[in-house]
Design a protein around this ligand. Sequence first.
Ligand SMILES: Cc1cc2nc3c(=O)[nH]c(=O)nc-3n(C[C@H](O)[C@H](O)[C@H](O)COP(=O)(O)O)c2cc1C
Length: 492
Amino acid sequence: MTWLEYHELTKHSAESLRRTQHYLDWANMPNPFRHYEGVRVVDLPADPPAPQISALEVLEGKTGNTLARDGAEFLSQLMFYSASISASKRVPSTGAIYSLRVNPSSGNLHPTEFHFCTRGLVDWSNGLYHYRPSSHMAEQRAIGDFAATLGNDSAPLIFVLTSIAWREAWKYGDRAYRYCLHDIGHAWQALTLAARSLGSESFAIGHFADDRVAESCLLSADEWPMLIVGLHGASIPVNKLNGGETVVFGGQPNRLSEEQKTYPLIEGIHTATKLSTESAILSLGEPKVSGRGGVRLPPAFSTNQSFGVVARTRRSALDFKGGRGSISLPQLATLLSGTRQRLFADFATDRYVHLYLYVHRVEGLEPGVYRFWPEHAELERIKAGDQRLVAAALSLGQDLAGNACVAFSMIGDFENAASRYGDRGYRYVHFEAGAIGQRIYLAAEALGLGATGIGAFFDDEVNRYLGLSSELGQVVYHFAIGYPVVDPRLEA
Ligand SMILES: Cc1cc2nc3c(=O)[nH]c(=O)nc-3n(C[C@H](O)[C@H](O)[C@H](O)COP(=O)(O)O)c2cc1C
């Protein structure tokens, strides 16, 4: 299987929706929480100090400074503002309650797990841990210097983000691998931006030998390593490299559902995108996407909504108040500005995702479709007229894309990514789209707006509507921003 075959075979079309025999087997729904049983579980202190820096400043690249007393408090802050449970919803018909987290996830199924290796954190044993969001604790799976086994000999803290594709495939079938990759992009930025708000920086590695990393992190066969994120900086409380012997506990991964189905297309694309040897990516320097449009955006502005509050109150809008209220051009400029900032990753030496906007209600901007040119912060109008029906129809008939003030098609330059990285490039385009999406979510929240990531769209219809040939790219993700309707199910 190649990335192109997988992509073609998992496109939505009117025909593919008619053909599908997929149904939701509720009795077999996978548990959204992985636990490793039989290992020591370390408490992360409650109510860790909140990052006070403005969320919009963090998105523009500024670094906060929220001091932690020791390793446990730093880890608690980091996870509380990137991956913990932050709200819950009640199903009106049954009264059942389910949780929502700081990082968003397609269908709230949360395929992403956070593993981390520590080295020299104050009052915290070096080792390999797994974050347990259900109780905000760390499962100690081994002690010793596991960071070294990941090929990193300097960072005091290294995360390995993994995907459990079955969780997502249970609902979305073969297309689910795409959503797992988007989710990793979101989780990466949730982690990286929380780290920055606390005063540390990060660098992500996407190009690694998969099986070696899976082995180092003692992963079970249903968990696949996707991204390694190293954290560094003065705000991480480090004392000395307390050596010591290596002891492996491992732990028994919990069973997620009675029966775990396999999806040959997902197995196929995962195998196609795996690497068996290490080879570092050579930097091409700062990526540039040059092009000009007729609309120059005003400068971005900041609000004093703190990162801590914004990260924890971010939610996906169920729908938007169609027909009511516009956003201003400076607000749109601020939303887009955060997407222009550099992404710190080995695969981010080029930008593969380009933004097309369906402008419905933005003061001073005629409705139409615009391409965003990030280098000069300009918009180029490529279609005129009301786009509300089209945006909703292209997003698999989801009203929210028409009721928003602005909706997006993110267009992925898959061909170029594949010519540089082979099939592995398929992952990187989705990571970048998810990363941009996470930045849009946080910027929207900081501006008092709502946003929703949209993974379901009619692929070829979008490509046709935007007049894209495959060399120009294909749709990889949709997004919508506007004034959210109240969700009566939300509890906290
Ligand atoms: C990759 C991705 C795809 C999504 N696709 C859709 C979608 O097609 N329609 C929709 O209404 N919500 C979509 N969502 C929003 C999720 O349903 C939402 O993140 C999840 O229910 C958790 O809620 P929260 O974001 O408020 O934490 C998507 C989210 C992500 C990250």
